[in-house]
Write a protein that binds this ligand. Structure first.
Ligand code: F6P
Length: 545
């Protein structure tokens, strides 16, 4: 793919115009913008793919958005969007196309990778997932003693964990009642030990999920699970009934001892953090059924079409990305709060941390030059109203500017209407308070400056389609920001160094006599671990799993 020439970001005319514009608007306030234009919300809100987004509570005017859209055009957002959907190799450091959108392409439109249409392969895997998940859910796929599966344990980490885990939580009201989903990700033995204590080897299915099938944590956990099954008295042949794999790497799956008939394939053009739409979503399909899984793909596809077709100024992912750029690059925001006012979305902030921070936590451009502007923010959050009683103090009166996304669902999954009214009242009150503030000249500790920006994203109901659309909205937002920052949002070289060093240290802690050649601190920590790991625990009554 030949990369179109884009200007250096901070030298682009739109960037300069935005810098000048910032000095003008910074004197004003969001509440003044509402006073000037009572119809403001109609001009600064948008509905697409079933989501309604109110972005009026930001310090942006029509001119701000025009300039931001000009910046997006200058930086080639439209061209790069076209290139992504066309399957060009926009992940340049790994020389790969980026085609999670192909996983939710619901028409028969061909999507070629290296001249070969990938849509038939995608459909074949979806079909295989349907046969398998139907069999497990209907109780015809049985454990080695003939009992139906009651528990599914997904073993995977990062993109092979966070997406399925978050969606299974989010869509619990749609889940099969006789199947309990568990997720083991951490190499911390406590993670798998706690799960294994709660399940029965005869009725448990393990899904070993790893794009590369080389991830240390996942392979160690999978070995432990296998050993546990066999130690329970199950014969070797039971492994085929109790283990399936999801991977791009058939040989590694076979080498681990899982029959490749029990493997669900995906492809290297699906990034780990963009993979929940692929067979990595198997736990989702097991929990809510294949129809539900396909409804989620449909919701994401509706957002893909909107993102692909809508002009920049009326394009939800683009607008959220641009408002984010405005805060990060022109107001110095370094973090972004995700506050779902919905308990079922409690894992969404963790999922978005990987999506956003692993994608845009970069400091070199596509040309390999160090950037001279800020890139991806810290993403964090907790569901409301809990967050209100913990960290919202800092949002209201702290010194940092922290833009926030509030996410609400108009209809709950329970009949406790009074609770839902209180919940949504709190959400709306928080964004109102953050924007308007409340002056208290004589009591500085009671003063609220206000002028703190928020978006409110509204779903009618949290269901597979609306969740799919919400996740695709964030994926494309991250893509647009990465494009403007001229970084590669699709690699993750920053995770490699720590992995490599851990392998060395792992050998050293296993061999107590070996020489240590790290810095003083690291040598000291390894030495302390070697020395003290076998000492009697201070608390005698702890459980040993
Ligand atoms: O270490 C980071 C990472 O490569 C993520 O990008 C990925 O989602 C995760 O590890 C798990 O990788 P895999 O699916 O290959 O086990």
């Amino acid at each position: 793919m030949s990369k179109p020439t884009v200007p250096e970001l901070t030298q682009s005319p739109a960037w300069r115009a935005l810098a000048a514009h910032r000095t003008r608007v910074a004197h004003g306030s969001i509440s003044e913008l509402f006073a000037d234009d009572p119809d403001r919300v109609a001009h600064f809100s948008l509905e697409a793919a079933g989501l309604y987004v109110d972005y009026s509570k930001n310090l942006v005017t029509a001119e701000t958005l025009e300039l931001l859209c000009a910046l997006a055009r200058d930086m080639g957002v439209e061209e790069r969007r076209r290139a992504m959907f066309a399957g060009e190799r926009i992940n340049t450091t790994e020389n790969r196309p980026v085609l999670h959108v192909a996983l939710r392409e619901r028409s028969a439109m061909p999507i070629p990778v290296d001249g070969k249409d990938v849509v038939p392969e995608v459909s074949a895997v979806l079909e295989k997932m349907r046969r398998f998940t139907d069999a497990v859910r209907e109780g015809t796929w049985r454990g080695y003693t003939g009992r139906a599966i009651t528990d599914v344990v997904n073993i995977g980490i990062g993109g092979s964990d966070l997406g399925p885990r978050m969606v299974c939580e989010a869509l619990k009201p749609y889940a099969h009642e006789a199947l309990t989903m568990h997720f083991v990700s951490n190499v911390d033995g406590a993670d798998i030990a706690e799960v294994l204590r709660s399940v029965d080897p005869e009725t448990t299915l393990f899904v070993v999920a790893s794009k590369t099938f080389t991830t240390r944590e996942t392979l160690v956990n999978a070995q432990t699970a296998r050993a546990w099954l066999l130690a329970s008295g199950a014969p070797e042949t039971a492994v085929a009934k109790h283990f399936v794999a999801v991977s791009t790497h058939a040989e590694a799956v076979a080498a681990f001892g899982i029959d490749t008939d029990n493997m669900f394939e995906f492809w290297d053009w699906v990034g780990g953090r963009y993979s929940l739409w692929s067979a990595i979503g198997l736990p989702i399909a097991l929990a809510i059924g294949m129809d539900g899984f396909e409804a989620m793909l449909g919701g994401a596809h509706a957002m893909d079409r909107h993102f692909f077709e809508a002009p920049l100024a009326h394009n939800l992912p683009v607008l959220l990305a641009l408002i984010g750029i405005w805060h990060i690059n022109f107001f110095g925001a370094t973090s972004h709060l995700i506050a779902p006012y919905d308990r079922y979305l409690h894992r969404l902030p963790a999922y978005l941390q990987q999506l956003d921070m692993e994608s845009n936590g970069k400091s070199v451009t596509l040309e390999g030059e160090r950037v001279d502007y800020a890139t991806g923010p810290v993403i964090w959050g907790e569901p409301g109203t809990n967050g209100q009683h913990a960290f919202f103090q800092l949002l209201h009166q702290g010194t940092a500017l922290i833009p926030a996304d509030f996410i609400v669902c108009m209809q709950p999954h329970h009949a406790l209407d009074a609770h839902h009214e209180i919940l949504l009242a709190n959400c709306f009150a928080q964004s109102e308070a953050l924007m308007n503030g409340s002056p208290a000249a004589n009591e500085p500790h009671r003063n609220f400056d206000g002028n703190r920006p928020t978006n409110t994203i509204c779903l009618d109901k949290l269901d597979p389609a609306s969740l799919g659309a919400l996740l695709a909205l964030y994926e494309h937002k991250v893509f647009v920001q990465g494009t403007i920052w001229n970084i590669n949002s699709f690699d993750q070289w920053g995770v490699e160094l720590g992995k490599r060093l851990a392998v060395t240290i792992e050998g050293e802690v296993a061999q107590p006599g070996s020489e240590l050649a790290h810095d003083g601190s690291t040598n000291g920590l390894i030495g302390r671990f070697r020395e003290r790991r076998k000492q009697p625990a201070a608390s005698a009554n702890h459980r040993v799993n």
